[in-house]
Design a binder for this molecule. Structure first.
Ligand code: C5P
Length: 226
């Protein structure tokens, strides 16, 4: 199981400082909407100068098939290691993305976002008329059949997804609160032992790390539990 640290801070300076503090640890960096919209690929270049971090660019794309495939090709050119898109864009969009990316000499891992970990059952059902579990399963099978590498889901769906697809189909699970920290806006949260028991391949942790007074110490404690 790998740890992705979410770099959702308010400035590029804070992101670069955190990267310096975490240099040398066996982690992935997750660059999301806030940081990428503000700093763009320049931030990735700057982070790359600090250390050879693996980078997950978490932009959760959602559009028509051709636009998604064009966008994913552009992201592949940046040279990041993992990207994602919404499974609810549908199997045509996911297949189009994969056929374009598979034609390249090198491509990032591609994950499909299923149900956001901030959804409670009631809010989700009002929108999608389905239980979270059913919907995640349906979206995961679609993503698997479209040739994606895995899904973003909560820890509580991870094992079900693997059983319905393949044990090598990646599950990346945000909403992790390792030491019983505040849930913030997350709903389906879990601790490290539950993530492990459910065979999550990647866990994502943001605020409990970057808001800590000693982020390196928090990451080291997490890594020692993994
Ligand atoms: O601060 P926290 O640990 O809640 O951060 C979780 C990170 O994972 C955020 O960057 C959020 O955008 C991302 N994420 C999520 N749920 C998803 C997909 C991504 O929380 N389904």
């Amino acid at each position: 199981m790998k740890l992705c640290v979410a770099f959702d801070m308010a400035s590029s300076t804070e992101c670069l400082e955190l990267a310096k503090k975490l240099k040398g640890l066996d982690i992935w960096l997750k660059i999301g909407l806030r940081s990428y919209l503000r700093d763009g690929a320049r931030l990735l270049d700057e982070l790359g100068k600090i250390a050879e971090f693996k980078v997950f660019l978490d932009l959760k794309l959602y559009d028509i098939p051709n636009t998604m495939a064009d966008a994913c090709e552009e992201l592949a050119k940046i040279g990041v290691d993992m990207i994602n898109l919404h499974a609810s864009a549908g199997s045509k969009a996911m297949s189009e993305v994969m056929s374009r990316l598979n034609a390249l000499s090198k491509r990032p891992l591609v994950l499909a976002v299923s149900a956001l970990t901030s959804f409670e059952e009631a809010e989700f059902k009002a929108l999608y008329k389905q239980n979270i579990n059913e919907a995640v399963l349906c979206m995961s099978k679609m993503a698997y059949e479209s040739g994606l590498d895995g899904v973003v889901c909560s820890v509580y769906e991870s094992l079900v997804v693997k059983n319905a697809t393949n044990s090598s189909f990646i599950t990346l699970t945000p909403g992790i609160r390792p030491f019983n920290e505040d849930k913030n806006d997350q709903a389906r949260v879990a601790d490290l032992a539950t993530a492990k028991a459910n065979k999550s391949d990647f866990i994502v942790i943001g605020r409990p790390i970057y808001r800590a007074s000693n982020p390196r110490q928090v990451v080291e404690s997490i890594l020692s539990e993994l």
